[in-house]
Design a protein around this ligand. Structure first.
Ligand code: ATP
Ligand code: MG
Length: 613
């Protein structure tokens, strides 16, 4: 089913030599134009398949594009290279340095290595997992930003410690001939800068380079692409600044918008028709995005004549909203694989997944959704409960003894079992510490008599865990919101369970169900897609359900400054424009027991005149 292209699309598809930028809105055929242009290049013998390189930002997107293209050209298609930046650059490094797939330091190996390193250094930290993640993301930042180590000021530990860790980490990689993901970019950049002969070989090999979602490019990726296309100058990029939602990760949409300066002979094409979305969806999305000030104004008209009749409903709670989603999915005609449920953050997926499991609706997750019950915060709460239930395990106690701060030292805890009496004797010199232990003992007793919901609440408010989180976030200079989200979700998940045993059993079963589902996902295609706004980008579905269209969720509560709010608006814009047919929006009066307002984006959509005029 090959569509008839419109004039603007045709112009892009038939483009031959020189740089081109297709700057156009959602559903306008940008990705389509890429595949059709490749076909044209091959059919008209302008390029041979092996001279064409197509880059996208995620592995999934690369796979989907390849599939889409193979339907057009099953034979020659196989010789076209489709990949992510990382995959393509790794291939280049492989030739230069004889790396193998086993040379890549996998994520688990990275964590394990870091664990061994910090253990041997005898460092001081609260939570090992958190510390390791923090350090690893800082290392990544240094590499991607091409920051000189001496100009970098770490937040997770002192400067000296960070240098030691960084240096040791790099030495390990070198010694074992390993590279991590960030090194792929850095090394390719350095390789091309130093070895003009190698660069020339790749310039000759890939005479035509096409890149999708170019608004997501970061500095180092762009520099490499520039080098690669210096000779042939056949760079063809498509993107939409209104869909740039990775700024927090270093994506720079201004690179795309400033291309006319970098490439004076650049041709720019706008594709003015949205072929994907019903008319009312195009109008709504357009109205909302026009509230952003920092944007490149583009024309976009709906190619479809019909309206879908967008629904927006408010429910007392999120659980009831999810029930409605499920009811619609079960009663409607649209197959599971053409249905998506979208949300702003992963945390929102927990309740939804539990409900889908209960109804036996198969689903697949675009993102690796972390099991919140495995988060360190959940583990702390479980430790409190186990102690309240009589556990005297040293590891349970170690987890919570200074959460909140009680100024208890590890050294004083020298046996495997915790004996409160011995402890109190140990601290008898310091009565105020003794008092804290007594208070903890009383708290644990109180918790032992409670139901799960009350217990979590008690740990947070009366024991002081919320306060601990606040200080923890402040000290680490991280957002406390995300941590509170975990606590709220955890507390929410206790609802309906009258004993700890019941709740723990449910958590066990949930874990097993998830594992079963993940295995099953590899075999079944007929499943509803669950995705964050981020990972829904580029996709389309017959029916799209967006949950928690509330202030605090979308826009997310941490967005305060105008640039952050504009990014939230772009995310919502991406979400809305995924639908080919139905669009259902759901809000709640309460989210995790807090009263909430409906999203400002809904109010913007209802305004009679957009405020940008
Ligand atoms: P996004 O910005 O969301 O990535 P896009 O610009 O890449 O969107 P595509 O995914 O290429 O848009 O196209 C959107 C839908 O419109 C697809 O289903 C595609 O098949 C269809 N389409 C594109 N061009 C035409 C056309 N000329 N006639 C009919 N349908 C078209
Ligand atoms: Mg696309």
């Amino acid at each position: 089913m090959k569509q008839n292209l419109n004039d603007a699309q045709m112009q892009a598809v038939l483009h031959r030599e020189g740089p081109m930028l297709v700057l156009a809105g959602p559903g306008s055929g940008k990705t389509t134009v890429i595949t059709r242009r490749i076909e044209n290049l091959i059919k008209n013998k302008i390029a041979s398949p092996s001279e064409i390189l197509v880059i996208t930002f995620t592995k999934a997107a690369a796979g989907e594009m390849k599939e889409r293209f193979l339907r057009l050209m099953p034979q020659e298609g196989r010789r076209v290279t489709f990949g992510t930046f990382h995959a393509v650059f790794f291939m280049i490094l492989k030739y230069a340095y004889h790396f193998e797939a086993s040379s890549i330091l996998r994520e688990e190996e990275k964590v394990q290595l870091m664990r061994e390193m910090i253990t041997s250094m005898h460092l001081d930290y609260d939570d090992e997992t958190e510390f390791i993640q923090g350090i690893l993301s800082e290392i990544s930042m240094v590499k991607n930003g091409r920051i000189a180590l001496e100009h970098y000021y770490p937040v997770n530990c002192g400067k000296d410690v960070f240098y030691r860790i960084y240096k040791e980490y790099q030495q390990f990689l070198k010694r074992h001939r390993k590279i991590d993901f960030d090194d792929m970019l850095v090394y390719t950049y350095e390789l091309f800068a130093e070895r003009k002969d190698i660069l020339l070989a790749w310039q000759k090999k890939y005479r035509y380079i096409l890149i999708d979602e170019f608004q997501d490019v970061n500095q180092i990726q762009y520099e490499i692409v520039r080098m690669l296309t210096e000779r042939e100058r056949n760079l063809f990029v498509v993107g939409d600044d209104d869909q740039s939602i990775y700024r927090f990760r270093g994506a720079k949409p201004e690179i795309m918008l400033h291309m006319p300066k970098a490439y004076p002979d650049l041709k720019i094409i706008n594709l003015p028709y949205n072929y994907r979305c019903p008319k009312d969806v195009v109008a709504m999305a357009d109205k909302i995005i026009s509230h952003n000030r920092e944007r490149f104004q583009k024309e976009i008209w709906a190619a479809k004549e019909q309206n879908t009749g967008i629904t927006f409903e408010i429910f007392p709670t999120g659980r009831e909203a999810n029930e409605k989603v499920i009811e619609r999915i079960r009663q409607g005609e649209i197959p599971y694989e053409q249905t998506a449920i979208l949300f702003r953050t992963n945390v929102q997926a927990r309740m939804l997944m539990e409900q889908l499991l209960a109804y036996n609706i198969p689903f697949k997750m675009r993102d690796r959704v972390p099991n919140i019950y495995e988060h360190w915060i959940a583990k702390d709460i479980f430790a409190y409960i186990r102690l309240a239930q009589g556990s005297r395990q040293r590891r349970d106690f170690l987890m919570i003894m200074n959460r909140p701060k009680r100024y208890l030292s590890r050294e004083s805890l020298d046996t495997e079992m915790v004996r409160f009496d011995a402890w109190q004797a140990f601290y008898s010199e310091q009565p105020w510490v003794g008092e804290r232990i007594e208070k903890l003992r009383a708290d644990l007793y109180a918790i032992s008599k409670m139901r799960p919901f009350a217990a979590v609440n008690y740990i947070r408010k009366a024991v002081g865990y919320d306060e601990f989180i606040r200080e923890y976030a402040k000290f680490r200079k991280i957002e406390e919101d995300g941590l509170y989200d975990i606590l709220e979700e955890l507390q929410e998940s206790t609802k309906g369970y009258v004993s700890y045993e019941e709740w723990f059993l449910h958590i066990e079963q949930y874990k097993e169900e998830l594992e079963r589902l993940q295995k099953q996902q590899q075999i079944t295609k007929e499943a509803v897609t669950l995705a964050t706004f981020h990972s829904a980008k580029g996709l389309e579905f017959e029916a799209v359900h967006i949950i928690d269209v509330n202030e605090g969720c979308t826009p997310y509560k941490k967005a305060v400054l105008p640039p952050e709010m504009e990014e939230e608006r772009r995310m919502f814009y991406v979400a809305l424009t995924r639908t080919k047919n139905e669009l259902h929006l759901y809000a709640s009066e309460k989210i995790n027991n807090h009263e909430t307002e409906i999203s400002r984006f809904i109010i913007e959509a209802r305004e009679r005149q957009s405020s940008s005029n």
